[in-house]
Design a protein around this ligand. Sequence first.
Ligand SMILES: Cc1cc2nc3c(=O)[nH]c(=O)nc-3n(C[C@H](O)[C@H](O)[C@H](O)COP(=O)(O)OP(=O)(O)OC[C@H]3O[C@@H](n4cnc5c(N)ncnc54)[C@H](O)[C@@H]3O)c2cc1C
Length: 444
Amino acid sequence: MTAETVDGVGGGRPAGAASRPPRPDVEVVVIGAGAAGIAAARRLLALGRSVRVLEAGARLGGRAWTESEVLGAPFDHGASWIHVAERNPLTPLARSLGVTLRDERRRVRDILLAGDRPATPAERAAHDAACEAWEAAAETRDASGGPDIPLAEAVPRGGPWDATVSHWYSAIISGVEAERFSLHDYVRTGLDGENLQVAEGFGTLVARLGEGLPVTPGAPVARLRWDGAGMAAEGEWGALRAGAAIVTVSTGVLATGGLRFLPELPDAVQAAIAGLPQGLLSKIALRASGAGRLGLGPFARLGRQVAGPGDHPISWMLWPWDRDHAVGFIGGEAAWTLAREGPAAAEAFARAELARYVGPVEVARSFAPGAVVTRWAEDPLFLGAYSHARVGCHGARAALRDAALAGGRLRFAGEACHTRYAGTVGGAWSSGERAAEAVHAALG
Ligand SMILES: Cc1cc2nc3c(=O)[nH]c(=O)nc-3n(C[C@H](O)[C@H](O)[C@H](O)COP(=O)(O)OP(=O)(O)OC[C@H]3O[C@@H](n4cnc5c(N)ncnc54)[C@H](O)[C@@H]3O)c2cc1C
């Protein structure tokens, strides 16, 4: 990591000790150096505020993380698409840094299996129609103005492709089954428009945007005191006093006490956090063992029809940027189960899934042993992939975004706080900027 580190953070005494410094160490402490934290720090510095970002982990970027060692090429463990690129604040930043971008708006599957054979043109047309009908039904029901209901109750069921569409839009894209997902939240945070992929990795881009910021890595904040004139962030590394704080850790971390507040957060804020649990999307990457590419070109997409209850297909993208690996995506309950069972189970599941397309012999021949399995569920710094609203909790994002504690000097930011682009890097980024401006105003 190339972030600046500073002497003095790590040696402080907990707030309340006799030698507590009378003045804050910085004007604003930002907790977490993911997209929201980086954006908040950049904006605060531009506004002339002194800032310190405390990051528990060893790197910048949080859930935007590119790692290039294991597969011998950039691999995004977390975010990889700049969604709604036309309106995403990361798009102009990416262009200004000169990274290589690819428009992926069109996500037609190169292979779509119906049962154990490729879908016929008529079946593909029925699949596409089912996708449109599913989205239209959710939007119509949402617009009808009734009370919030589970997404599953608003969409078509029983058609040959309905369970497949539901699996794709809810479990995989949203990380949660439609039965447990707020209809209103689903519709209001739906993503459309252009999707850009970054050759160097989306995580690389976000980390580059954090270069040179005053970040202290390896500084997990165990407690945030907000009872006095200012804030005190404390951990085993010491303490840092600030006039204001922006908290950007995931709702999974907040809900499980990975960061404690003294005094405790008001009930309404705790309710908002509880209403926005983390869903899960996991990736399982396999590396080709030779030059063979299964007859498929770069970015090939593979998907299959859901056979019935309990069937959780992996969606595949093969050979991104003409690289020699395949990436499988599995979300929702099946992903949580695989996270509990461990990487070996995930690899076996992925190989069995790929075998449905090309047979087990071809899988064994084409892919080297081993897999890269993402670990967002297990990592205590994240505890999931991105948030969704529980049924009836569609107002929780605005509630968390607008919570202005300690006279507006304690604010929350991050993907869960964005009412339109929740669950995305762009949403986290905008949320961080917004919190920075609010805190700046509160400090006077
Ligand atoms: C598999 C996967 C695929 C995804 N795909 C996409 C995609 O294609 N496009 C897209 O836009 N988004 C995608 N996302 C979502 C996107 O990555 C997130 O919405 C976004 O990165 C969240 O940023 P954030 O700043 O809100 O939170 P985070 O990135 O979680 O940042 C919070 C930071 O706080 C740190 N932290 C935690 N606890 C503490 C503590 N106690 N003290 C100090 N620091 C702490 C964490 O280490 C972390 O760095 C994906 C996510 C996953 C997991």
